[in-house]
Design a protein around this ligand. Sequence first.
Ligand SMILES: C[S@@+](CC[C@H](N)C(=O)[O-])C[C@H]1O[C@@H](n2cnc3c(N)ncnc32)[C@H](O)[C@@H]1O
Length: 251
Amino acid sequence: MHIHILTLFPNMFTGPFSESIIKRAIDQGLVEIAIHNIRDYTSDRHHVVDDYPYGGGPGMVLKPEPLFAAVAAIRGECGESEKGEAELPVILLTPQGRLFNQRATEELAKYEELILICGHYEGVDERVREHLVTDEISIGDYVLSGGELAAMVVVDALVRQMPGALGSEESAGEDSHSSGLLEYSQYTRPQSFRGWEVPEVLLSGNHAAIARWRREQSLLRTIKRRPDLLERATLSDEERMLLEGMRRGED
Ligand SMILES: C[S@@+](CC[C@H](N)C(=O)[O-])C[C@H]1O[C@@H](n2cnc3c(N)ncnc32)[C@H](O)[C@@H]1O
C-alpha cells in the first residue's frame, strides 16, 4: 500500500513512523509512506499556504491552490488516466468527517494507494472539500490543532491489520473490534500479584475451556462497556443465549 500524506508539518511524522510496527512494515515494503509538504506546492515567492477567511472571523484558512496542485502532482506520478477517484481516494482529516472505526480501516485497506490531507489553523477552503476530496474522516468528537495526529492514527490502524505487519508475538485477530466485540481480559506472570490471582481456567491447559472463557469475557465486557457494538457483532446461537443470560443477570 502506498500512502501519501499532505501536511504543513512533515517533521511531526518522523518519530512515530520510525519506531515499532510502522517502521517494520515500511522496512518490509508492506507500506510506502510519502510525506508531502504542502508548502512545496505553492507557486508564489513567499510560499503562502493560508489566508484570512472571507467574511471575517478568527484564524487562517488553508488556500485551495497548493492542495489541488499537490493532489494533481501525486495523481500524475501514479498515472492519472489509469487511477481515477475511485482508485485513489483523497481523504481529508476533519472533525466534521465520518467517525473512523475498524470498519473504515477495513474499507481503506482495500486501496493500493491513498492520499491523506492534514488541515491546520481554522481548516481548509470549502472548495477543497467540495471538488477535491472524496472522503472525510474524523478520529473522534473533539478538535485537534491539526490533522497530523489523526493521519498517524489512520496509518497505524491500517498498517496493523496488513498481513505480515505484526510479528509472531502479536496478533490482530482477537483485538477489540476485529470481531465486533471488545477483547477479553489478559494476564501475564506473576500468577499471584498482591493477592490478586490469575483466573484458574487460564492455568488449566484446557484450550477449549480457555477459548470458551475468553469468548464469555469478551461478551461480558462488550455488554457492560459498549452494548451498542453487539447490534452488529456476528454471534452464534449459543453466544446469543449466553448474552441473554448475562442481560437477565444485569437486571
Ligand atoms: C483546529 S482544526 C479546525 C477545525 C474547524 N474549524 C472545524 O470546526 O471544523 C484544524 C485541523 O485539525 C484537523 N482535525 C481536528 N480535529 C480533528 C478530528 N477530530 N479528526 C480528524 N482531524 C481533525 C483537521 O485537519 C482540521 O482541519
